[in-house]
Design a protein around this ligand. Structure first.
Ligand SMILES: [Zn+2]
Length: 479
């Protein structure tokens, strides 16, 4: 049904900024407080209350703008976006309209199509405040309103209609979220509403330049939900067009439970906003010095970190894993500072350490094994003091013991045996116990060596140095 049609997608992403207080008053932004606990005359819109812009929110908005390569407007204007809704007591939302704080950005979403990297245009990022929340399931036949969220600072990031598939939309969102987490401007928690996505989607016959009529899809609460909703809406529109109909512009809601699109109630779809300049707030002026200060405070971003790790000759997999979130890299690098073998450190950080954190729901800035101790363990492996399976046992004990890796290795009898006489004794025993294999090996059947090494390792309870056992067996075969 979708054959012959092209999908066109633009995304609007609302990001809740990580401030302690709201955009225009001193109320807390803490999530989960009792309903209406975090409110004051300003965010309740009581008569005479005046908004005062939160400087920290401006700084975080500038970080978003600079991190996404936007042009920052040195003078931006706040506007009143008028609409009536029960959880918006002012009857308008303070937002930015024709002159936002940042414009003309772009995002490389890490996909290559027809040999070219996909770079999505980002139209603008503007500051605005959040509305409150209507609660429909608390009282019988009544709607309750919680205004704790009212006035929480947001940045809305609006893309160009540059995406052509659900996969591209998903890649855009994952790339954007990763950068926002690196910038430390938001916790990007979709369940708590600190990152919300609305999608504009349309279908047009391949080759047609003009855009089709778009519909807005809301209410998607995961990135995979966005991808499924886009696919469903595209199928619906293609069905209408293929049957000779016309798509009606409307707002739709994604019903994740039933995996289907349904029309929004008319209130949720009102798009006929009236804007006018907010008379209670002066234009927002960003000085060159302020912009430079924020620019100088930006962290290393994911693309730069990926390039730096790739230059360490790490695999694509290792690079992706080490840069997936902002906190893994600093741990990786602090281990690297004491044990400068990037591949060995990456294997452990992406393997054992990550598994420990997953099992114990621990964050990267609280890894139970310090970089110094992990580095000391890797030194033991490099120097042949312990084998790799013994190293994993020692790592497990590091989690509960304060002893050094070497002390644990000695205490637990895990130090690798490299003594030639001991190794030769084990080899002799194994060959004596398996005369048929020994004879074939002696006759030149080299592929038996692996089996014999395994038997020696088993006999030594894992303590024999496998490298030396291999050397010993090779020399026997040759002799
Ligand atoms: Zn307030």
């Amino acid at each position: 049904m979708t054959a012959g049609f092209e999908m066109v997608v633009g995304l609007e992403v609302h990001v809740q900024l990580k401030t302690a207080s709201k955009a225009f008053c001193g109320c807390s932004t803490n999530f989960g407080a009792p309903p209406n606990a975090n409110t004051c005359p300003v965010c309740l819109a009581l008569p005479g209350a005046l908004p005062v812009l939160n400087a920290r929110a401006v700084e975080l908005a500038l970080r978003v703008g600079l991190g996404l390569g936007f042009t920052i407007n040195d003078r931006s204007i706040f506007a009143r976006k008028n609409y009536f809704y029960p959880d918006l007591p002012k009857g308008y939302q303070i937002s930015q309209h024709d002159r936002p704080i940042a414009e003309h950005g772009h995002l490389d979403i890490g996909l290559v199509v027809d040999g070219a990297p996909r770079v999505i245009g980002v139209t603008r990022a503007h500051m605005e405040e959040d509305a409150g929340k209507s609660i429909h399931d608390r009282y019988d036949r009544a709607t309750a309103v919680d205004l704790n969220r009212s006035g929480t600072p947001l940045v809305e990031i609006v893309s160009e209609p540059d995406m052509r598939s659900p996969e591209e939309a998903g890649a855009y969102l994952r790339t954007l979220k990763q950068i926002l987490l690196y910038l430390d401007v938001s916790d990007c928690n979709m369940e708590e509403g600190s990152l919300r996505v609305d999608a504009n989607v349309s279908a047009r016959p391949f080759g047609q330049v003009t855009l089709g009529t778009k519909c807005e899809v809301k209410n998607m609460n995961s990135f995979s939900g966005v991808e499924r909703a886009l696919a469903a809406e595209f199928r619906r529109q293609c069905g209408v067009l293929a049957a000779g109909g016309t798509v009606q512009q409307q707002t739709l809601l994604w019903d994740g439970a039933n995996q289907e699109i349904r029309p929004a109630r008319s209130k949720e779809g009102s798009s006929d906003y009236r804007y006018f300049p907010e008379p209670d707030l002066p234009p927002l002026v960003i000085t060159a010095a302020e912009l430079e200060r924020v620019r100088a405070s930006l962290p290393e971003l994911p693309a730069a970190r990926r390039a730096r790790y790739a230059a360490m000759k790490l695999s694509d997999y290792d690079v992706q894993e080490l840069t997936a979130d902002p906190a893994t890299g600093p741990y990786f690098e602090s281990v690297l500072a004491v044990h400068p073998d990037a591949k060995a450190v990456a294997n452990w950080v992406n393997g054992e350490v990550r598994a420990t954190l997953n099992d114990t729901a621990t964050a990267w800035d609280a890894v139970p094994v310090t970089p110094a101790r992990l580095g000391a363990l890797l030194d033991l492996v490099r120097d042949g003091v312990v084998g790799s399976s013994a190293a994993k046992k020692i790592y497990g004990m590091l989690l509960s013991s304060g002893d050094s890796p070497r002390a644990i290795a000695e205490r637990e009898g895990l130090v690798q045996v490299r003594d030639d006489n001991a190794l030769a004794g084990w080899v002799d025993e194994v060959l004596a116990e398996h005369p048929a294999e020994a004879a074939r090996f002696a006759a030149g059947e080299k592929k038996l060596q692996g089996l014999l090494v395994g038997l020696v390792m088993k006999k030594s309870q894992g303590r024999a140095d496998p490298k030396l056992v291999n050397q010993l067996l090779s020399s026997r075969a040759a002799g």
